[in-house]
Write a protein that binds this ligand. Structure first.
Ligand SMILES: *Cc1c(COP(=O)(O)O)cnc(C)c1O
Length: 388
């Protein structure tokens, strides 16, 4: 047996373990201080009522002979695929049911989709970035090149003249919160078509887009069905981080990829439990949409509180408007980890050092609006005391 040597090439991810270590260390030395965490990317609000009602009902169905369900279709039940189809239709994106694949979340599919592509493809990934894109390709032994996102391009890199075969785009972006407009995305679509490349579009934060002129889906761009696969998730949209459900769109206009993905999923994926799919279906009902919007607005209001405070403190930042993340430049030219320590020590606020997301993240810092209102306000009061 020979192991997959590519795993040796993975960089150790010390980001969240280092944060946890530093925070625990601080707390043990300062037991009387209250630490506020605006660092992790997990949601805090519970599932909405439409979802839990639907989950309960589905549980009961499973206990009755006539409504019990065993093995289901790996690619998802039609009732949920139809709900997703209808959701896209509201934005004038027409999808066929068999272009929609129900998943247990975007992370798994973002990794698994790589089964469909040869090893010698060149992968273009933005920097800073959600670490999964890079690590999954390193595991497969692919060459990764980076598109620099920085203050000059407002963290929205555009295509240049380099060759690439697989292109990752995450908009609204984690960690920066930056979002592409339609003209910018069109440039990426044109570039991908010219390169005969595929775009892997991560739409995990689409529901945070609050300006109707900004795209939620890459398929709002002409030509995208010929070059893009889209990944979405109910994790951030509807608090499904523990419940697990998402969807992936593989258009038939991409040629063989649609059939290949079906084959891959029916062979290697067991599908999402019926009960969970019923819960997910409820997200797309009128009631469900109304309830999740309330939750999203709660987070957006938190983001506004953070952004307004940073403005008062003259701290440069992007994001927060169409995203739960605020990406700030560390004051006084501090490095990311230096600022992390400074904030923990002086304000007991925990964020995520930008350097942990790539070399261009150095000197930046991510705050999340996924905390409670009370904690967000308290954290921002502490910011004002330090920086105003
Ligand atoms: C949270 C997140 C996801 C979704 O992850 P799930 O596996 O669906 O929970 C995907 N992409 C990005 C950039 C994320 O931040």
């Amino acid at each position: 047996m020979n192991i997959n040597q590519n795993y040796e090439n993975l960089e150790q991810s010390y980001l969240f373990s280092t944060i946890a270590h530093k925070v625990n260390d601080f707390i043990s030395k300062n037991p009387d201080k209250r630490v506020i965490r605006l660092g992790i990317g997990d949601v805090t609000l519970p599932l909405c009522k439409a979802v839990t009602d639907s989950l309960h009902k589905a549980v009961d169905e499973m206990g009755v002979q006539t409504t019990f369900r065993g093995y289901g279709p790996e690619q998802g039940y039609d009732f949920l695929r139809a709900a997703v189809q209808n959701y896209y239709k509201k934005r004038d994106v027409e999808l066929e049911l068999d272009e929609i694949f129900i998943s247990d979340g975007a992370k798994s599919d973002l990794g698994n989709i790589l089964d469909l592509f040869a090893q010698d493809n060149i992968v273009l990934v933005p920097d800073p970035v959600y670490p999964v894109y890079v690590d999954t390709n390193i595991m497969a032994g692919r060459k990764v090149i980076f598109a620099n996102a920085n203050g000059e391009n407002c963290f929205l890199p555009m295509p240049d003249n380099r060759d690439a075969d697989i292109i990752y785009i995450c908009s609204p972006n984690n960690p920066t919160g930056a979002v592409y407009n339609k003209d910018q995305l069109k440039q990426w679509v044109d570039y991908a078509l010219k390169q005969k490349a595929v775009i892997l579009f991560d739409a995990a934060y689409e529901c945070f887009v609050s300006d109707d002129t900004l795209p939620h889906s890459i398929y709002e761009i002409e030509g995208a069905k010929e070059c893009a696969i889209e990944f979405c998730s109910l994790s951030k949209t509807a608090g499904f981080t523990g419940t697990r459900c998402g969807y992936t769109i593989v258009p038939k206009a991409l040629g063989k990829l649609n059939k290949m993905w079906l084959r891959r999923q029916t062979t290697k994926f067991n599908g999402v439990p019926y009960i969970i799919q019923r819960g997910a279906e409820a997200v797309f009902t009128e009631e469900g949409q109304k309830e999740i919007k309330e939750n999203i607005n709660y987070y957006k209001e938190n983001a506004k509180i953070i952004s307004d405070t940073l403005k008062i403190c003259n701290i440069w930042h992007v994001g927060g408007k169409h995203s739960p993340y605020i990406w700030l430049r560390c004051p006084n030219n501090m490095k990311s980890w230096e600022f992390f320590d400074y904030l923990l020590e002086n304000a007991q606020v925990v964020g995520t050092p930008g350097a942990g997301f790539g070399k261009n993240g150095e000197g930046y810092f991510r705050l999340t609006s996924f905390g409670s209102r009370e904690n967000t306000k308290e954290a921002m009061d502490r910011f004002k005391k330090l920086f105003q």
